[in-house]
Design a protein around this ligand. Sequence first.
Ligand code: F6R
Length: 607
Amino acid sequence: MCGIVGYIGERDVPSILLVGLERLSYRGYDSSGIAVLDHNELSFWKKLGKLHALSDELGKLTIKGDIGIGHTRWATHGIPSEENAHPHLGPKKKVAVVHNGIIENYLILKEKLQKQGMLFRSETDTEVISHLIEFFLKDSLEDAIRNTIKELSGAFALAIISETEPDKIIVCRKGSPLIIGIGKNENFIASDINAIIPHTKQMIHLDDNEMAIIEKNKVTIKTFNGEIVNKEVQTITWDPVAAEKSGYDHFMLKEIYEQPTVVRNIISKLLVDGKFSFNHLKLSRQELNNVNRFIIQACGTSWHAGLVMKYLLEKYARVITDVDISSEFRYRHKVNGINEIVIALSQSGETADTLACLREAKSRFYKVLSFVNSKNSSMDRESDSVIYTYAGQEIGVASTKNFIAQLVSTYIFTLYLSQIRWTLTEEEIKAKLDELKKIPDYIEKILSETEKIKKIALKYHKCKSYLFIGRGVNYPSALEGSLKLKEISYIHATGYPAGELKHGPLALIDENMPVVCIAPEAETYEKMISNIEEVRARKGKTIVIATEGNTAIHHCADDVIYIPEVSEDLTPILAAIPMQLLAYYTAINLGCDVDQPRNLAKSVTVE
Ligand code: F6R
């Protein structure tokens, strides 16, 4: 989703901005732009499409200046175009603004400003901000921004520069992330640490309703009401090398291959000397023992992990569990019960809908436990308790290793809960953990069969549509398999509970429809076989994910992908791997941009 970067200092401003934008490009974007101030002269450049269009243009020029802001846009209001790309300027082109988020009342504001005779150059919601700032701009830029903010409803992270005060960048945050990077005789701003980490590891996280005045040697943070805020400077300990492809063609492939290491890492963090270790879990044993209901809320792939978690929490910890898609949870008229805990699952920790639900839940006195991958993200900072998923930085827009990390961390948490609630014996827990420890080797085994999956991808890549079916804990696997395929290959794909086929989707089946059937050894294996036969009877092509050693499956499968034998609860982890590879190689065969699929963003910071 949109990215912001900004710099004030003595280095080459366009280069710093372009490097930052490049490092934000994994989030997804359709256009880009920068604005630079040379003394009190403002210049700007915008381009539609990939970043090289902007860098090619800038490469032909000699640009002076020691302060600038940049943006990658992901269209919400107005088509992807040069006019709609950021920065947006005020009517007199004195002020330049970049914005992440959505201004919900922009139409009303636009109409008011148009009545004052102001002309607009774009269809965006953002342009009302630059226009309002110039409207209010008399003596102080800070005051003009403060007056502007009072008019805005919605979410925003803003960075503003002005010809009238060419020695500062002013940034504001309400609902969208913003970080300040502290340097020596220079300072940085960004919507994502990744953009500025090559330059500094000293960061300040702006909180909601805060603004910062950033000069070359000074950063002043205030609330929107003007009170000074003293904030801690944090040192980021990430290794920027992690953001390189390390010889893989795409981040997605690299991240698929990292999964055995990710699982080993989580196990070593959450199980220390054979004991559960949840350092940031602030819920007491008594609170966990007394819990009557979990309400899981998440989006996309994280929601699929939440669906798997429900099966396990109910089966082992014996706690009633609801799972909501965040954008639905927020507007559902829930009934507060006693001893209920809201669980948020999120890779980025910034997904606007999930974050909004977390805040809504807290305002309604629920305790919130979040499973997040990105440390220092808004969800990490605002949750009552956090369990990190330790997947490492995930760059590919399609989530792979974090999904596996969510499945593993929620599984370990479920066993911990079952220990506290005495719903499993110590022996049962130990046996389950011993089995979990074999998962990294099993994933490696599946990855060693990549060539076979490549062939299957090639065989079906021209099909217009796919179905994915599974039962029980592998119904969410079917949803996840179909999401992976559609988001990166643009092939229509739907996940279904296999037992539902005959209630409608069976009408879609013919000889052109590949159906991925997730059918490992499981409680409902026989039923699953009947469902596969139903597909075969209508000439559908079946790609069956089955347990190693099941030779009988060939009888009802056009293609078979084996996964090692594990208990049913762990099969979603193993079944996900071939489906990730199937999606990846299908997209490659179709020439799609795997790491940055069209219309999608890595971190969805608008509702
Ligand atoms: C799909 C995908 C998305 C995310 C969703 C939630 O591959 O990555 O569906 O899972 O946008 O994102 P997080 O987990 O960051 O809250």
